[in-house]
Ligand binder design. Structure first.
Ligand code: B12
Length: 208
């Protein structure tokens, strides 16, 4: 059984300590913290989402799994520390109406480990407040917008336009998440760039 399948079984059983035990066992077996996020937590959540969408699971399983995964991320978060001098600050968040916030924190931790100081604004943030966060963040090198729900795309578009206007286009805005399918799609939302995952985003950020 793969690690993510073992985790999924514990999540569906509502077994928080068992879920943490799977993560600890994976870490001991040499799985990196990044891979715990992208190859263990994420696929387990995607699979639970698919089963809910097929009508095979009550929605409470998804909520329960989200609560457990949030706690696991709380325990793993401090392990995502970048080494050396900071590469600058990045603000990461989701537009108003976008409730998928676990993934925002995942992106934040993965970027933190790659050497940026990251400010995680979580889910469902009104555009004006996102702008205030970017303005109040010293040495900001990028703003990242995560969009998982297709229904939040309009809000993402408005947020990105407002952010561009407020910064006089000085802060590059990158967009990602399951509801943004391609670079042209991201361009349509008004972003400066699109990344399918954090590794691709790091490439874009390092190109400048
Ligand atoms: C947990 C969950 C919820 C929780 C969220 C809890 C939380 N605190 O986050 C709750 C219960 C709130 C929820 C609500 C809903 N959900 Co939901 N949810 C999920 C679920 C199961 C997991 C989400 C998750 O964390 N995925 C794991 C992440 C890590 O995966 P990922 O997207 O691959 O992320 C990677 C990349 O996309 C990328 N990335 C993401 N953002 C960014 C940003 C940048 C800048 C970059 C570079 C990269 C990047 O990096 C990540 C790491 O590699 C998904 C299933 C799924 N397939 O993801 C459904 C899912 C996303 N939800 C879905 C739906 C339909 C809903 C609801 C509309 C249901 C309803 N009727 O109420 C609501 C509405 C939400 C809203 N308005 O936002 C559908 C969306 C389908 C669609 N295309 O329309 C999904 C796909 C389930 C399904 N299979 O149908 N949900």
């Amino acid at each position: 059984m793969l690690w993510w399948e073992r985790l999924e079984a514990r999540l569906l059983a509502g077994d928080g300590s068992g879920a943490w035990a799977v993560v600890e066992a994976a870490l001991v077996a040499g799985v990196s913290v990044e891979d715990i996020y992208t190859k263990v937590l994420s696929p387990a959540m995607v699979s639970i989402g698919d089963q809910w969408a097929r009508g095979d699971l009550e929605i409470y399983y998804e909520h329960q799994a989200s609560a457990i995964v949030g706690r696991i991320m709380g325990r793993l978060g401090p392990r995502f520390v970048g080494r050396g001098r900071t590469k600058g600050s990045i603000v990461v968040g989701a537009p108003q109406g976008e409730r998928h916030g676990l993934v925002v924190s995942m992106v934040a931790d993965l970027l933190r480990q790659r050497g940026w100081e990251v400010f995680d604004l979580g889910a469902d943030l009104p555009a004006q407040s996102f702008i205030a966060a970017v303005k109040n963040t010293p040495d900001v090198v990028a703003a990242c917008v995560s969009v998982t729900s297709p229904s939040a795309r309009d809000a993402a578009c408005e947020l990105i336009a407002a952010l561009r206007e407020a910064s006089g286009d000085a802060v590059p805005i990158y967009v990602g998440g399951a509801a943004v399918l391609s670079a042209p799609d991201a361009e349509e939302l008004g972003a400066h760039g699109w990344a399918s995952n954090v590794d691709v985003l790091v490439g874009l950020l390092e190109q400048g």
